[in-house]
Design a protein around this ligand. Structure first.
Ligand SMILES: Nc1ncnc2c1ncn2[C@@H]1O[C@H](COP(=O)(O)OP(=O)(O)OP(=O)(O)O)[C@@H](O)[C@H]1O
Ligand SMILES: [Mg+2]
Length: 260
């Protein structure tokens, strides 16, 4: 997991360097542009090395213990996007942001949730051909978790049926899409298919994203239509359930529940 996180950080470094090199943040001297080209090249070399390190031995089974603090998810989303926008621009992708106007304050581990966003955005970029579109949406939602045991143990905190109780992020792309029979498999560790004309990845990004979201008592899922595009959604609760309630809901063999 930790090695895979390096890929996300590298994408950020490469993205910012590409933005600078393209002169999008101000004019450059020839020497400065040359130095930035070296930074981008070094990032690509390091990506190759990480891919080799992330062989079958890589672990996604490590403990995932979020250190949560109340923070603004809206800010986290906007900051993460601005780190990667250079990569999207470089690939000629149109990017649309549809983010709620007010802050969304909830308890979450900022580094981990940023990693989820990076993994999903990197996939959208990777699997969407030049000229395509990617949209990122953030909004407050109401999430009815359909488990009577869970509701009973939820302490009456979600009884106002129409008050938002979670934040939802959706990343939609106009890429190659995923066949219906593979939609659940995409969250399995090491499940990977190459994007058209590209090298295969490690198959860890979504497995890690799922572990992080679940460790926040949230839910992540995918929808897709081959040839049209994909949407990845995740929800994080404003008030995480009590540990016993979570155990009752997810106990051994418990099935993931669909969002309302
Ligand atoms: N936006 C998307 N569009 C189409 N297919 C996708 C998308 N996101 C994920 N997939 C499919 O799910 C698989 C698993 O994704 P995941 O992010 O876990 O691994 P990866 O991208 O292949 O490698 P990496 O570990 O470098 O992220 C992908 O290989 C691809 O088959
Ligand atoms: Mg990936």
């Amino acid at each position: 997991m930790a090695i895979h996180d390096l890929k996300g950080s590298l994408a950020v470094i490469a993205g910012q360097a590409k933005l600078l090199r393209a002169g999008k943040l101000g004019p450059l001297t020839e020497e400065q542009a040359g130095a930035l080209a070296d930074v981008v090249m070094a990032c690509h070399q390091m990506e190759d090395k990480i891919a080799r390190l992330l062989g079958p031995q890589a672990k996604v089974t490590e403990e995932c213990m979020p250190v949560t603090q109340k923070a603004d998810l809206r800010k986290c989303v906007l900051d993460t996007f601005s780190l990667l926008r250079g990569e999207f621009a470089e690939q000629g992708l149109e990017f649309e942001l549809d983010v709620c106007a007010s802050p969304l304050i909830l308890p979450f581990d900022q580094a981990m949730v940023r990693q989820v966003l990076i993994n999903l955005l990197e996939n959208a970029r990777h699997f969407t051909p030049r000229g395509g579109r990617v949209k990122l949406t953030l909004s407050p939602e109401f999430w009815e978790r359909r488990s009577s045991r869970f509701r009973a143990a939820f302490d009456g905190r979600d009884t106002k049926a129409h008050t938002p109780n979670c934040a939802q992020v959706t990343i939609t792309d106009s890429g190659c899409g995923i066949a219906r029979e593979n939609l659940e498999r995409v969250f399995e560790a090491y499940y990977t298919t190459p994007a058209p004309g590209q090298m295969p990845g490690c198959g860890l990004g979504l497995a890690i994203a799922q572990r992080i979201v679940r460790a926040h008592s949230g839910k992540i899922w995918a929808e897709s239509e081959p040839g049209v595009g994909s949407s990845f959604h995740f929800r994080l609760p404003f008030v995480p359930p009590l540990p016993e309630a979570e155990f009752a809901m997810r106990g051994p063999g418990a099935k993931e529940e669909q969002p309302a």
